[in-house]
Design a protein around this ligand. Structure first.
Ligand code: TTP
Length: 214
């Protein structure tokens, strides 16, 4: 018998956990809090719908990622997430090329923007989700510093063209909110949603909760 168990299993058994993400940061963060998981990136269209506001956009994508994999793997609890950077009401996703990365960092320089990360958890036909909002202020950066940062290659697979967990840390003057949401996965919010979905987390592997204790 497999070592993982679906929600219908006895309390205390470990569910199969799937992280619906290609992001190495999300894998690292889930491992950091001891949640063993498989990785299965979800193939969802990340384009912004007409008139879609930033928060509904990122929440929809996180839910789509989790739901898509949950339908394919009904025995598993699935975690999906999406991160966007918003400044002046515009969504900055991942830069397409060096010029776009330079334009994004130039726009963020010396100003405050908002990072929104949505997380969704899905199992048994139920998808629960939430969005963390984090305010991040960048130090003023000159053109030379911006070009040098972009040439590290770090910005290219990251929303807003920076990584707070890497060289991009030096761009940051202030952060107000959950650091882990900026990095791509709001761990506290995620654990709360997993508990609401019927799982226990006690600083180690997830287990199926006793329904009376939920
Ligand atoms: C702002 C910021 C974003 N990021 C990353 C987190 C996400 O991986 C990425 C945002 O793009 P996403 O589309 O949220 O995620 P992804 O395409 O990397 O992975 P998947 O959709 O398969 O889950 O930007 C950082 O690593 N550090 C940061 O400081």
């Amino acid at each position: 018998m497999a070592s993982s168990a679906p929600l219908s299993s006895a309390p205390g058994t470990r569910p199969r956990v799937i992280l619906a993400s290609q992001s190495p940061r999300r894998r690292e963060l889930l491992a950091l809090i001891g949640i063993a998981h498989e990785v299965r990136p979800a193939d969802v269209d990340e384009s912004v719908h007409p008139d879609e506001a930033p928060v509904p956009h990122c929440e929809r994508l996180a839910r789509d990622k989790a739901h898509t994999l949950a339908v394919q793997h009904p025995d598993a609890v699935v975690i999906g997430s999406d991160t966007i950077v918003v400044i002046d009401g515009d969504i900055l996703g991942k830069p397409g090329d060096r010029a776009e990365a330079i334009a994004m960092i130039t726009r963020l320089s010396g100003r405050t923007h908002t990072v929104f990360t949505a997380v969704a958890v899905a199992h048994g036909g139920v998808t629960l989700s939430g969005v963390e909002s984090v305010s991040v202020t960048f130090r003023p950066l000159d053109a030379e510093q911006i070009a040098a940062y972009v040439d590290t290659g770090e910005p290219m697979d990251k929303a807003g063209a920076y990584g707070i967990q890497g060289f991009g840390a030096t761009n940051v003057e202030r952060i107000d909110g959950d650091y882990f949401a900026v990095m791509g996965l709001p761990l506290g919010r995620m654990v709360g949603l997993l508990r609401d979905l019927g799982f226990s987390y006690a600083f180690g592997p997830l287990t199926v909760a006793d329904s009376g204790a939920r």
